[in-house]
Design a protein around this ligand. Structure first.
Ligand code: SAH
Length: 460
């Protein structure tokens, strides 16, 4: 595939037909087999484009004019702002988004010669908007006014915004109320270049079932003048806000939250339920952001595990124990492991809160070492559940898992590329995918793809 020269030149204008959509939601055109990636174009469209960058094996171009539009295109008013940042697939009809996610996995399987594995239609959400239970929006001064908004992808272009499309609509309302109060109290917005100003971000979380709202004011300085008064006013304006916190982040960094959090009004945490289990959520707790789709995802994982109440289960990468506790309701014993200390503390608390401490055990540490340790100790799980971060599993974790000879391995993945790689590894060690892969859309309007897969021991 190596080329000496690209068939197009930088700044060249040409007409192309879009053939595919990349995993980053860019249209792909082929010029004499050379791929050109073009933002805001869709398969089947014909476009006039201008080349902006060429490398040996591929190039980028920008859209000048759409000559033929796809029937799957949605014209949205805010497209220019939304499409590249908050909603990279916002210009694609939802049905087509679901197909895109299914095809992405199918294409990867084909490349890995695993295309005997089937992929089901993506389990979607209706409506595919307003689902996020957590928002963290930057605050800046624009034309002399304090504004909330977002940064365009890969840039520091700040766009003031009032409707965020994929967040719980009540969160958007609370954000606007908080913005107006901050304006009234003349709280200076953060200035990134000069490292001046006070308020950097507003974080809002809302329990989907409990309806409890938490507001976190992220400030550069410890001193927030009239902080308590502002907090009281937020609660008076939005009675569902049961917790107002201040988080201090003095550092010049992209990381949103700092070390120190203090209570301004109400309580420290909110609660919410997930499949009727109760969880307590703090400013920094990890909690799945799409509550109803998470319930579906977990239920599909539990279905695949075929729990009868007799099984021993390992839940690697357990976070705050959400899957572990869901499984503990239907299993004899669940072991969980997680690398973040606060998350393991939360998992243990959550087990107690839900009267599931008797058949769960949570360990702090690296999943790889704990799997090896459990295997050496002679623990015989019937089901191993893994839900790793984007980089997927390590070979040594796969090795330890297989040595324990579970009947079933259930894999939840947020990255199809590493999933497909790992499925190959399991296959060569005697574990086969025994039910079609199910994509569950946890993040409508974005390119994220989440899947659940069941593997079983071949010689069963
Ligand atoms: N199953 C949980 C969390 C999944 S996210 C849920 O559904 O909510 C993946 C988790 O893996 C994160 O909590 C992350 O902190 C944890 N993690 C990352 N690397 C790890 C490692 N090497 N060992 C154990 N846990 C790890």
């Amino acid at each position: 595939m190596a080329r000496i020269n690209a068939p197009v030149k930088n700044k060249e204008e040409l007409e192309v037909e879009i053939q595919d959509l990349s995993y980053q939601a860019m249209g792909v055109a082929k010029v004499e087999g050379y791929p050109l990636f073009i933002e805001n174009t869709l398969p089947g469209e014909v476009a006039l484009v201008k080349v902006t960058k060429t490398t040996k094996n591929f190039g980028y171009a920008k859209l000048l004019e759409l000559i033929k539009k796809s029937p799957d295109r949605i014209e949205s008013q805010n497209r220019k702002y939304m499409q590249t940042g908050i909603a990279p697939l916002g210009h694609l009809k939802y049905e087509a988004q679901l197909k895109f996610k299914q095809k992405l996995i199918q294409d990867l399987l084909k490349k890995a010669h695993l295309d005997d594995i089937e992929v089901q239609a993506t389990l979607g959400q209706n409506p595919p908007y307003g689902y996020r239970n957590k928002a963290q929006v930057p605050v800046r001064k624009v034309n002399g006014k304090l504004e909330i908004g977002f940064f365009k992808q890969n840039s520091h272009d700040f766009m003031p915004l009032e409707h965020f499309m994929i967040q719980d609509p009540r969160i958007d309302e609370v954000l606007l109320a908080v913005r107006d109060i901050l304006r009234d109290y003349h709280v200076p917005a953060y200035n990134e270049e000069l490292n001046t100003g006070v308020i950097r971000h507003i974080l809002v979380r809302r329990g989907h079932y409990s309806k409890e709202v938490m507001v976190v004011l992220v400030t550069r300085l410890k001193d927030l003048r009239q902080g308590q008064k502002i907090a009281q006013l937020i609660q008076a304006t939005c009675p569902d806000v049961v917790s107002v916190l201040q988080n201090v982040n003095p550092k010049r960094t992209n990381v949103i939250l700092g070390q120190e959090t203090k209570l301004l009004a109400g309580k420290e945490t909110i609660t919410d339920t997930l499949n009727d289990l109760t969880f307590e959520i703090g400013a920094k707790s990890f909690y799945q952001v799409n509550p109803t789709q998470t319930e579906k995802l977990y239920n599909e994982a539990i279905k695949r595990a075929h729990l009868t109440g007799e099984e021993v289960v390992i839940d690697a990468y357990c976070g705050i124990g959400t899957i572990s506790l869901n499984m503990a309701k239907h299993a004899k014993k669940v072991y969980g492991v997680e690398i973040v200390p606060q998350a393991i503390k939360d998992a243990k608390e959550n087990a107690k809160r839900n009267f599931l401490a008797h058949n769960t055990e949570f360990e702090l540490g690296d999943a790889e070492s704990w799997m090896a340790r459990w295997q050496e100790k002679g623990i015989k799980p019937d089901v191993i559940m893994v839900d790793p971060p984007r980089k997927g599993l390590t070979e040594s974790l796969i090795e330890s898992a297989v040595l324990m000879q579970p009947q079933k391995i259930v894999y939840i993945s947020c990255n199809p590329a590493t999933l497909v790689r790992d499925l190959g590894q399991f296959k060569s060690r005697g574990y086969e995918v025994t039910q079609p892969i199910l994509p569950v859309d946890q993040f409508p309007q974005t390119t994220h793809v989440e899947t659940v897969v069941l593997m079983s021991r071949k010689d069963k």
